[in-house]
Design a protein around this ligand. Structure first.
Ligand code: ASP
Length: 305
């Protein structure tokens, strides 16, 4: 039973700012990434290749807060974080604070497969990228007018839209189980709008924003990164399954609906277990999400119900 789930961020999506036309564009972006990742699995490919493919497309889609379309730091730059993990070997790779890499998820995977390290940051990560023949893009590649306007609203002290809310709408991720039973997860983000001091959230942190273990599940998270780090969200869900005998649905619900709210941890996760069960849960108003399991039809949702 193979399957794939993807997300494009979670938060309190201001419905007033979500027109029908914009909603259709979000749905189309999710549909394209889902179909591309699912095709990898259908052709007998690995879960690692499926999540890499899906996240790469989401990074390329300007609507989402990752790659092209990432949010801006307070001083008007883009600093990107990503991570990836493979559930059979527990191999993992991550990059944080990179500024010139078109697809950070590809660099995270390169760190996993071609270095002796798990996580590389900033200039060092880019030095590694250069040594591996990665192409660099100028900062202007990441620019979108919508994100730039959001930064101006934050800079002007507009409280109708919090820095977190607008960043949550867009972080991307994918989890998959392939036909051989291998699990994988990947996450990519521009972080939080208006961030300062080289702030890094949960997305590139193995065990917080991303985790995969064939003995339990694969997780990609989106939400208020500080809370997700403190709650070790992605690892905790798998641990509840392994040590506590919980089902995937129970473990996800305990962490997302019980553990996170007292920490002001708004957001959600997508998850797939070793049997190919998929759970997508959030404690916010909505989460851009989509899934496709072998033998059933693709699902795309934003709000509840
Ligand atoms: N978790 C990401 C971060 O804190 C943001 C998000 O998912 O919206 O950087």
């Amino acid at each position: 039973m193979f399957g794939l789930a993807i997300h494009g961020g979670a938060g309190s999506l201001p419905r007033a700012e979500m027109s029908d036309e914009l909603e259709q564009r979000y749905r189309a972006g999710l549909a394209r990434a889902l179909a591309a990742g699912y095709a990898v699995l259908q052709d007998g490919g690995t879960s690692l290749d499926a999540v890499t493919r899906a996240v790469t497309l989401l990074e390329d889609e300007p609507l989402f807060n990752a790659g092209h379309g990432a949010v801006f730091t307070l001083d008007g730059r883009n600093e990107l974080d990503s991570s990836i993990m493979e559930g059979g070997t527990l191999q993992a790779g991550a990059v944080c604070g990179v500024t010139r890499i078109k697809n950070p998820v590809l660099l995270a995977r390169e760190v996993m497969e071609q270095s002796e390290y798990v996580m590389l940051s900033g200039a060092g990560a880019e030095e590694f990228a250069a040594s591996r023949g990665f192409q660099f893009v100028p900062q202007s590649y990441f620019h979108t007018d919508a994100r730039w306007q959001q930064l101006q609203r934050i800079r002007s002290g507009d409280v109708s839209l919090s820095a977190l809310t607008i960043s949550h709408i867009g972080t991307v991720g994918a989890v998959a189980r392939d036909a051989r039973g291998q699990l994988a997860a990947a996450t990519s983000t521009g972080g939080m709008t208006g961030k300062t001091f080289g702030r890094i959230g949960d997305s590139p942190i193995i065990g917080a924003g991303t985790y995969a273990d064939n003995r339990s599940c694969a997780i990609s998270a989106t939400g208020h990164g500080e809370a997700f780090i403190r709650a070790a969200v992605a690892h905790d869900i798998g641990a509840r399954m392994r040590y506590g005998g919980r089902s995937l649905a129970q473990a996800v619900s305990e962490v997302v609906l019980t553990e996170l709210p007292p920490l002001d941890g708004e957001g959600g996760v997508i998850a797939i277990d070793r049997d190919g069960e998929i759970v997508m849960e959030f404690n916010s108003e909505g989460m851009f999400r989509a899934s496709h399991r072998a033998g059933s039809s693709p699902q795309i949702h934003i709000y509840r119900g």
